[in-house]
Design a protein around this ligand. Structure first.
Ligand code: DGL
Length: 272
């Protein structure tokens, strides 16, 4: 089926998930929507995030997508379960794939999760991990400054190390052996986080896990782009939409995606 996969996020961060989707499913057409006008979601209430998420999904539905990936951890944590049943297009978030990978990886049964305030306060990761394996101990910590650091390109500066050490000391004290990066931006700070946590702690990238889950779900539902397998080098069409001026998005996108975007279209998301 050559209809596109829809991916959305509160802004630019979801491009870390898109990057994994492009890597795993190079022949798929993809529509990406970033709600840059209303980013960040991570400090907002459940009601507001749910209202925004409903509009993001309505926009993607209008693009006739065959499958939706909610790349935003905050939206996946507080809004997706309420909205997904209203549509007959399959949708996944990033929480369950990240939780499943962490449960599979932990040896000591001590898992940490870091994310935005919305994600951490929702307890979505903790609940999902416990559903999967009740005896696992899970510790949650909000690290809101990481979002700005990633967007401003402070990927391995001394200031970033200092903040990471300060935030993550709690996780070190709790002796977790697995740490879920429960936010779209954190994979960009992986080097710093890995450095602080040390070699014995496995980092789980929820976005990467979600891309794998999407691949399996599309294959199982027979929804993969059949035309892609006939291409010598499959390369689907990638379209980008944002809810405010695209300049900053395009600029930051290069860092998040590792490629230059030639066309980004602005849409009025409040119409949806
Ligand atoms: N995309 C958000 C998340 O993964 C981070 C940025 C925001 O707060 O909107 O939770």
């Amino acid at each position: 089926m050559n209809a596109p996969i829809g991916i959305f996020d509160s802004g630019v961060g979801g491009l870390t998930v898109a990057r994994e989707v492009f890597r795993l499913l190079p022949g798929e057409n993809v529509v990406y929507f970033g709600d840059v006008a209303r980013t960040p979601y991570g400090g907002r209430s459940k009601e507001i995030i749910t209202a925004f998420t409903a509009q993001d999904i309505a926009f993607l539905m209008e693009q006739k997508v065959k499958f939706i990936i909610c790349a935003c951890n905050s939206a996946s944590a507080v809004a997706l379960d309420e909205i997904a049943p209203n549509y007959n297009v399959p949708m996944i978030g990033v929480i369950r794939p990240g939780a499943e990978a962490a449960v599979a990886k932990t040896k000591t049964g001590r898992i940490g999760v870091i994310g935005t305030n919305a994600t951490i306060n929702s307890n979505a990761y903790a609940r999902t991990v416990h559903d999967l394996k009740p005896e696992v101990k899970i510790f949650s910590l909000a690290c809101p400054l990481f979002v700005s650091l990633a967007e401003e390109g402070y990927l391995d500066k001394e200031a970033t190390f200092l903040i990471a050490r300060d935030y993550l000391q709690t996780m070190l004290d709790l002796e977790v052996d697995t740490l879920i990066l429960g936010c779209t931006h954190y994979p960009l700070l992986k080097r710093v986080i890995a450095d602080v946590m040390g070699d014995d702690v496995t980092l789980i990238d929820s976005g990467e896990e979600a891309a794998r889950t999407a691949y399996r779900a599309l294959a199982d539902a027979n929804l993969l782009n059949s035309q892609a397998s006939q291409m010598p080098t499959p390369r689907g069409e990638h379209k980008y939409y944002v809810s405010d001026v695209p300049e900053k998005f395009t600029q930051v996108a290069t860092r998040f995606l590792g490629e230059v975007l030639d066309k980004v279209t602005r849409v009025d998301i409040t119409r949806y």
